[in-house]
Ligand binder design. Structure first.
Ligand code: SF4
Length: 179
């Protein structure tokens, strides 16, 4: 069977990537991952999650592009909304930063599509992510709701099976403080 056109998959963390990759492989997409998360605090945690993504890359035999750690970019845009609860404006901007970067890279390397593992989380509004992705690039953004068909449950089960590190907060300093 021929592979579909190449897709750049933004990866928020290795745990969320597992079932997202499975679903994309089932749909026969040719995937390259992109780990870019300037939201994660502190850097030690960013590196811990990066390590899990490296393991995923080996398990699933997929190439991953690793973005730089750029917390200053995130703080510049999101800090002013630090007191809002999860899911509000701060999170929308946080999705936007990561999706814009992914889209730029997808264009640079001539990927036909880009999307994100963020939709697998039950804590994240997939419709909002779709809205943001489509606004960034209506043609290239691929709307896939990875949480469908028990996606989150399946990803957690496999993470457990592979004995992968699983974080207990979303990523930014404010989500850590709230927990
Ligand atoms: S709670 Fe999560 S999605 Fe929202 S701003 Fe923080 S890291 Fe980003």
């Amino acid at each position: 069977m021929n592979k579909k056109n190449p897709l750049l998959l933004h990866i928020c963390c290795g745990i969320c990537a597992i079932e997202s990759i499975n679903q994309l492989k089932q749909k026969n997409y040719k995937i390259v991952g992109f780990y870019y998360n300037p939201n994660i605090h502190p850097e030690e945690e960013f590196l811990k999650r990066k390590k899990v993504v490296e393991e995923i890359s080996k398990i699933f035999d997929i190439e991953i592009i690793y973005g730089d750690y750029e917390p200053q970019i995130w703080f510049e845009i999101c800090e002013r909304y630090k007191d809002l609860p999860e899911g509000k404006k701060r999170c929308e901007l946080c999705y936007q930063i990561r999706l814009e970067k992914t889209c730029n890279l997808a264009k640079k390397y001539k990927f036909d599509f880009f999307t994100t593992t963020l939709t697998i989380s039950p804590y994240k509004n997939s419709q909002k992510i779709f809205e943001i992705g489509k606004k960034i690039d209506n043609e290239k953004f691929l709307k896939i709701d990875f949480k469908q068909n028990d996606g989150y449950k399946k990803t957690l089960a496999q993470a457990k099976q592979y004995k992968l590190y699983k974080q207990n907060y979303c990523g930014c300093i404010y989500s850590k403080r709230i927990k």
